[in-house]
Design a protein around this ligand. Structure first.
Ligand code: KG4
Ligand code: ZN
Length: 338
């Protein structure tokens, strides 16, 4: 069954065609980074206006590059939340309109829950192991830092989340503070490659032994205090500071993910969300998981950040279970528990 996935929760417009919840026939993402960069963050009103302009061309491109026509689509999966309400409404209204006029069933997806489905995606004919259940999923994005225990494709338990800032938010705020601009995560990652991660010793934000919750605002304040104590940050100090901050975040993330495996007895770990593009997180998670004998699934960067393919993959399993949306479905900017 071919699913058309649509994602518009924040500032990226994504559409994809995915077969049977795993085979990606196409995935198109139109990024708005250049629009928001000069404001140092996503401006909700500008984001929704851009979604309106992009949604039709992005869906048309996803369909044409998949080789499928709208009549071949068996179901539509669309992000229902959480996210910016104006942005969500564009994708949801579009999906409902196509569903209604073409008589294709649609399902509303929690896009945070969809992120781990990146680990199930492959191209046609690719031999690739898929995660088994139960699995721990760590979702690290601009708005969320969440640990889920996945019991099967559509049932999960939230076992940890952030008490304050999300990991990506901390990357973005610290990047701004040290003059690296927006979006900050990828800039810190790049600059940190030339830095010494041991140059500044930041306390690891672990909360308490065994806790699966996260907290990054103290670390952000520690960076702010360090910058203030220096008076003025010299350009040559930036790589060391970026690397030291990044190491503290990555340490906390990997430690908690491994604690989650211990606590749940799961053997498979999925790491997804925009921060999962981080090169240091990718290497450290790989080496720590190998030491533990756990299987790590950390998808290619294009499927870690927001995209329609993960929405299609989860939507496939929802539709198979009969979870179908109705025309009066509303967007959920906040989603209970997330
Ligand atoms: O999942 P995502 O694309 O959007 C949502 O927030 O849902 O995640 C975006 C976040 C941003 O905070 C961005 O700075 C962060 O992911 N990010 C990174 C990297 N690439 C993107 N953080 C650290 N290192 C990266 N390479
Ligand atoms: Zn996301």
């Amino acid at each position: 069954m071919l699913i058309l996935g649509i994602e518009s929760s924040c500032d990226d417009t994504g559409a994809a065609v995915v077969e049977d919840g795993s085979v990606v026939l196409s995935s198109v993402v139109s990024s708005q980074d250049s629009i928001h960069a000069k404001y140092g963050g996503v401006v909700p009103e500008l984001a929704s206006r851009r979604h309106i302009e992009s949604i039709i061309p992005v869906v048309e491109e996803a369909l044409s590059s998949s080789g499928a026509a709208l009549k071949d689509i068996g179901g539509i999966a669309v992000t229902q939340g959480p996210g910016l309400v104006g942005s969500l409404l564009i994708g949801l209204t579009f999906a409902k309109s196509v569903s209604y006029t073409m008589k294709i069933p649609f399902t509303g997806v929690n896009h945070i829950e969809a992120h781990p489905f990146a680990a199930f995606l492959k191209i046609r004919g690719e031999e690739k192991e898929a995660p088994g259940f139960p699995a721990v999923a760590m979702i690290v994005s601009g708005g969320h830092t969440t640990l889920l225990l996945l019991k099967d494709h559509t049932s999960y338990e939230i076992i940890g989340s952030t008490l304050d800032d999300a990991a990506g938010e901390a990357f973005d705020k610290v990047a701004k503070l040290i003059g690296l601009g927006y979006p900050g995560g990828s800039a810190i990652d790049r600059v940190a490659k030339d830095g010494n991660a041991e140059a500044v010793s930041f306390t690891r934000p672990l909360i308490s032994k065994g806790s699966l919750d996260f907290s990054f605002s103290g670390l952000k304040t520690a960076v702010l205090n360090f910058v203030r104590s220096k008076g003025e940050l010299r350009p040559e100090d930036v790589p060391d500071l970026a690397a030291s901050f990044q190491e503290a975040v990555v340490d906390a993330l990997v430690t908690k993910a491994l604690w989650a495996l211990d606590k749940t007895g799961a053997k498979d770990l999925i790491v997804a969300g925009g921060v999962a593009c981080n090169s240091r997180l990718r290497t450290k998670a790989a080496s720590m998981a190998a030491k533990k004998g756990a299987r790590l699934f950390i998808p290619p960067p294009r499927y870690c950040s927001d995209n329609g393919a993960v929405v299609a993959a989860l939507g496939y399993h929802q539709l198979k279970k009969g979870i179908v949306g109705s025309i009066d479905m509303n967007a959920l900017p906040t989603w209970e528990g997330f």
